[in-house]
Design a protein around this ligand. Sequence first.
Ligand code: FAD
Length: 400
Amino acid sequence: MTTVESNGLIDNANQAPFPDADVLDVVSLLDPAEQEQLLKIRGHLQRNVRKQVIDYWNSEAFPFEMLPALGDLGLGELVVSNYSCLFRGLVYAEVARVDVSLCALVGIHNELIVGMIDQLGSDAQRAQWLDKLRRFEAIGCFAMTEPDHGSDVAGGMETTATKTANGWVIHGEKRWIGGGTFADFALVWARDTATDTVKGFLVPMDSPGVTANKISNKIGLRIMQNADIFFDHVEISDADALPGAAEFSAANDMLRNSRIWVGWQAYGAQLHTFDVARDYVLGRTQFGQPLAKFQLVQQDLAEMISNAMASFGLMQQVARLQAEGRVEMVHAAMAKSTGSRMLRDSAAKARNMLGGNGTVSTYEAAKIFTDAEIVHTYEGTYEINSLIVARAVTGMSSFV
Ligand SMILES: Cc1cc2nc3c(=O)[nH]c(=O)nc-3n(C[C@H](O)[C@H](O)[C@H](O)COP(=O)(O)OP(=O)(O)OC[C@H]3O[C@@H](n4cnc5c(N)ncnc54)[C@H](O)[C@@H]3O)c2cc1C
């Protein structure tokens, strides 16, 4: 008979492993109300989302019908409710533990859309959008990257905003914009032609002159509809400018927080790779034994769960600094780069552990394996985030 010890581990090496991979008893760090809510969210995602999203991933479609339930569970209002930073991060991880694309939607929605309108918007913009956004009845997309400017977009941005008598004219091209094909508005960053400063605007996607074309055939994040968006002399009113975003540095805190969200995403996706790999090797027999009994397989599993727990340790401290108002870009960059490096490692191990089945998206390992490539690249590439960490510890910048 299996006895579960007080630390949650199993005392009999030959018995079934403890079910949720929470080796460090992470959930116990939350207060009882948040624990209950997190387990409710986990239950919904595991039962109603995890397997169901695979077909959407295969067909590069977005599961709109899943959004109302996520809204009911509070996933549309994580940054404007009284949740702890740790809870918010663990919710992102639970979403990534079933699907990286949905986690991207929830993360961008909270950190870069709801957070920015709440912090940088006018009273009228908050009144117009926040309630609907909280319930996912409205969606915004975050339009910063351009075809010719990715890593250097802050300094190189070419999209322009020109002041007119009654408002602004936005002109330029954005690339990779998540949700760009179905968003109600785009939060667009553009260079003021008069002052050369980069400012933020809310541009309705049905404005004359806006065209969004889906980027098809991505190897990962296939559920998220990324788009090339063209703004051809788009006229908006003065009321569409974000009053708090009159210069790019106003967005620094939120851009830093969104990088932290990706650290949580990487942690959650590592748990997913572990869940998939462990279930598979416990069930699959070769040479008359479960794969899970072979030492080389056990080594990989041990490294995967240890990677995940190490990621958690980093993220927990980042959440603490965030709660205390002491978090800086170096912490966010370390969270994002380290989490994505470990995710890549674990996702490759899981894909291999499933053998041929690890190459088929239905078994999930291949899906996480390719989604991990996107986590490695977006929200500042792995290299750029590493250089931010290195700049902090050397005092020398290797890039501008
Ligand atoms: C699926 C997906 C979703 C995305 N969603 C959004 C979104 O919703 N909104 C948005 O605005 N953007 C989004 N992005 C854009 C993303 O943030 C950029 O792709 C990323 O910043 C990298 O820019 P880039 O692709 O132009 O690569 P580049 O900047 O051209 O970099 C190419 C390579 O060169 C390396 N490199 C660049 N400069 C240096 C340097 N100084 N030193 C060393 N190496 C360097 C990079 O690390 C990378 O490996 C998304 C991207 C993807 C792939």
